[in-house]
Every structure is written in structure tokens, then in C-alpha cells.
Design a protein around this ligand. Structure first.
Ligand SMILES: Cc1ncc(COP(=O)(O)O)c(C=O)c1O
Length: 400
């Protein structure tokens, strides 16, 4: 590679690296040297794409032209997504309010571009998924990271939002269930937050990418069941194992649709065409049954993880009720979360993500453990982690 220097924009300079991906690079380097690394750092289910989706992709690869689609997605898929809200949440959504995107990431990018002006104050939970706030900051938002605790299930609550709201605040970004904690907002809290923000003419972006991975069989309802004007972001990535196929969507108030459409037209023209056509299969009963069965496997893995962590003496202050993450308090080892992750990788060959990725508040005390990987590898990795934790705790040198 050439050593020629480029002048980098200040905006790009301000974006912090996504440590989960950075740690994945360390894990890859270790794996390339021949070591087996158990990857408890990556938020991707091991299941892969459902068979009906793959069959549809094969059928589509018959040489037919695969041109651009409408920027906000093919109408059949927008209709199928709208119908899924009717089936799971009992809410009627006009399919024209559904904008199909290149993953939840593109939905968040478009929504942030649509509603944020430089200097707008935006409230976000600490800890929370880092990329969402990076989108807001990229459009000039002044992001206020509000510390949360186990008492509010590591979610923003109405009291903290009310206390932080000022005349510059324009909106709030929520995620339920959350990454990195796997914890959800209660319906009552969510309703209270939405009402408070709406009364102040603020927007609320609610990231529901893990909603379909709620552990309770009864599932949880979309915020759209209680706030028709919320901006909702979702994805095929996690529930259907389509991370690399890049497909998601947002449901936005009617007035925002043409804005999202023109931004998508300019930013990337359209989401992947074959992925959109093949994703129609995700709403067929056969694929929905596969997704439900996989959710059951995720819950079984969670129970394995919680039992193993408890045996190690590591505290999980809030038991996750969704997604495939657990936010683990490692402070009793005396290591900072960064040291813990580096040493666990080097000594136990277990990759984790330090709390610093998700915010500042008590970031040194927590690591995120993802149990999206296969059970055999998960169990083996937890066994090595237990030895590592045991070594830290029996070390004669007190750690500072
Ligand atoms: C909370 C949250 N939102 C959005 C995303 C981005 O997902 P996608 O693959 O749909 O872009 C992720 C990915 O890990 C996530 O955890």
C-alpha cells in the first residue's frame, strides 16, 4: 500500500472505531496462526440463511436481468412487511410507509439524515449500540449519552429523559431489546417516553432489530402498537440470519416517506434486488417456523451461558429477555474490561467485546458476551473462560 497521506474530514476523524469489529480482527489474526478462537464477540447468529431464501436466490440466478429496484424497495416486500405488523402486533401499517433498506444500518443512516440538523441534541442510552449514535453525530448531532443502570434494565427511562430534555433536544434513539444488554423497555415505560417526546415535538427512533428475538414465547409488540408516529428500524439480519445479504427496513410517518426515498435514491439507489425478491420467502409459514425454532435454540444457549457465568462468580445484573447478548460485570476480577478482553483472547482464546464499545458509564466494569455461536463451541469457550477467570481470582497479586 502507498504511504501517501490524505487529508481526512473532521467528521470522519471523529468517528470512533467499532471495537467489536476491531476485536474480530484480533481474533482473526489469532485464528490465522492456527489457534481455535471461540467468538463470543460477534453479533451474528450461526444459523445462516433459511433454506427457502437460498432456494429463491438459486432460482433468481438464471441469467435474467437483475436491475435496480425502486429506492424504497419492491412493493411486494413492502406489503409483506406491513402485513407482518398486522399479524404480530395487530397494527395496520400503510405499506407505503415501509421503506426497504440495505440493512438496519442504512435505515438508521437515512432516518438520521432525514431528521437531524447540526447542533440538534439527541438522547441516547449508555450503554447502547455505538453505530446508531455515530450516524447521528455524522449529521452534526450533539449526542447526550445518558448513563443507565440495572435499575432501569440498562434502558433510558422517562425520568432520565425528562431530566435531560432541554430546548436544543430534538429526539431520542432507543433500542428494544438492546445491544449490548439484551434487555427490553417495558410497554408502559416506552409509552410514557413516546408521549413525553411527542408532546415536545421531538422524534423517537426505535431500533427493533432484535424484537423478533424476544425470548418470551408471547413476543413483544412493536412501538407502532402504541405510537403510530415513531420511526421504527428493523432488519432481516438477526431474526432470519441474513446479515451478509444486507436487508432491513424502516417504518416512517407518511410525511417522511418522500424524504427517505430521495435520500436512498442519492445515497445508494436501492437495496440489493435479489435479496429483496428472495426475502419474500421470510414471511412464508415454513420460514417463520424455522425462525421460531432458532429463537428457542438461542434461549437454550442463554441458559447455558447464565449458568456458566454464575459458576464463575461473574455477575449479570439484568437477565436478558431478548437478542443474544449478555452484559457481564467483570469488575470482581480486578481487570478493566479492555484488559479482560485482551487477556481472555490471548490466554483462553475467547473473543469478547469490552464495555467501551457501548458508552462510557462503567464501561471498565462490563464486557458483552454474544451467544450467537453453536452450542458445542459455546460450551468449550465457556470452559476455557472459567479457567481464565479462576486464574485471575486466585492470583496472589491484587489487581488495581
Ligand atoms: C442494535 C443494532 N442495530 C442495528 C444493527 C445493524 O444491523 P444490520 O445488519 O441490519 O445493518 C445492529 C447490528 O449488530 C444492532 O445490534
Amino acid at each position: 500500500m502507498s504511504s501517501k497521506q490524505f487529508r481526512i474530514s473532521q467528521r470522519a476523524e471523529r468517528v470512533a472505531p467499532f471495537q467489536a469489529m476491531e476485536f474480530a480482527k484480533h481474533a482473526d489474526a489469532l485464528a490465522a496462526s492456527g489457534a481455535h478462537v471461540t467468538r463470543l464477540n460477534i453479533g451474528e447468529p450461526d444459523f445462516g440463511a433459511p433454506p427457502a431464501f437460498l432456494d429463491a436466490i438459486v432460482d433468481l440466478a438464471d441469467g435474467r436481468p437483475m436491475g435496480y429496484t425502486p429506492s424504497v424497495g419492491i412493493s411486494q416486500l413492502r406489503t409483506a412487511i406491513a402485513a407482518s405488523y398486522r399479524a404480530t402486533d395487530g397494527v395496520e401499517i400503510d405499506p407505503r410507509r415501509v421503506c426497504v433498506t440495505a440493512g438496519a444500518s442504512a435505515a438508521l443512516l437515512l432516518c438520521a439524515a432525514a431528521v437531524i440538523d447540526p447542533g440538534d441534541r439527541v438522547l441516547v442510552a449508555d450503554p447502547s449500540y455505538p453505530c446508531n449514535r455515530q450516524f447521528a453525530e455524522s449529521f452534526g448531532a450533539d449526542v447526550a449519552l445518558l448513563p443507565t443502570s440495572a435499575a432501569t434494565r440498562f434502558q433510558l427511562d422517562l425520568a432520565s429523559i425528562a431530566a435531560a430534555w432541554d430546548e436544543h433536544t430534538r429526539g431520542v434513539m432507543l433500542a428494544s431489546p438492546s445491544n449490548p444488554t439484551g434487555t427490553s423497555l417495558s410497554t408502559t415505560e416506552l409509552a410514557g417516553i413516546c408521549q413525553f417526546v411527542e408532546e415536545r415535538e421531538g422524534w423517537r427512533i426505535v431500533d427493533e432489530i432484535y424484537l423478533g428475538l424476544t425470548h418470551d414465547d408471547a413476543g413483544a409488540s412493536s412501538v407502532l402498537a402504541l405510537d403510530d408516529d415513531a420511526i421504527v428500524v428493523n432488519s432481516f439480519s438477526k431474526v432470519f440470519g441474513l446479515t451478509g445479504w444486507r436487508l432491513g427496513w424502516c417504518v416512517v410517518p407518511e410525511a417522511l416517506v418522500p424524504v427517505i426515498e430521495k435520500l436512498a435514491q442519492n445515497y445508494y439507489i436501492c437495496p440489493s434486488a435479489p435479496t429483496q425478491y428472495a426475502a419474500l420467502s421470510c414471511f412464508e409459514p415454513e420460514t417463520l417456523a424455522i425462525a421460531a425454532e432458532r429463537r428457542g435454540q438461542i434461549v437454550a444457549r442463554k441458559n447455558i451461558v447464565l449458568q456458566a457465568l454464575s459458576a464463575m462468580g461473574l455477575e449479570v445484573p439484568v437477565i436478558p429477555d431478548g437478542a443474544f447478548y449478555v452484559y457481564v460485570d467483570i469488575s470482581m476480577t480486578g481487570l478493566s474490561s479492555w484488559e479482560f478482553c485482551e487477556s481472555a483472547l490471548a490466554q483462553a482464546r475467547v473473543a469478547l467485546t469490552p464495555g467501551h464499545d457501548f458508552g462510557d458509564h462503567r464501561a471498565n466494569d462490563f464486557v458483552r458476551l454474544s451467544y450467537a455461536i453453536g452450542t458445542a463451541d459455546l460450551v468449550a469457550g465457556l470452559e476455557r473462560l472459567a479457567v481464565f477467570v479462576g486464574d485471575q481470582c486466585s492470583s496472589p497479586e491484587p489487581k488495581s
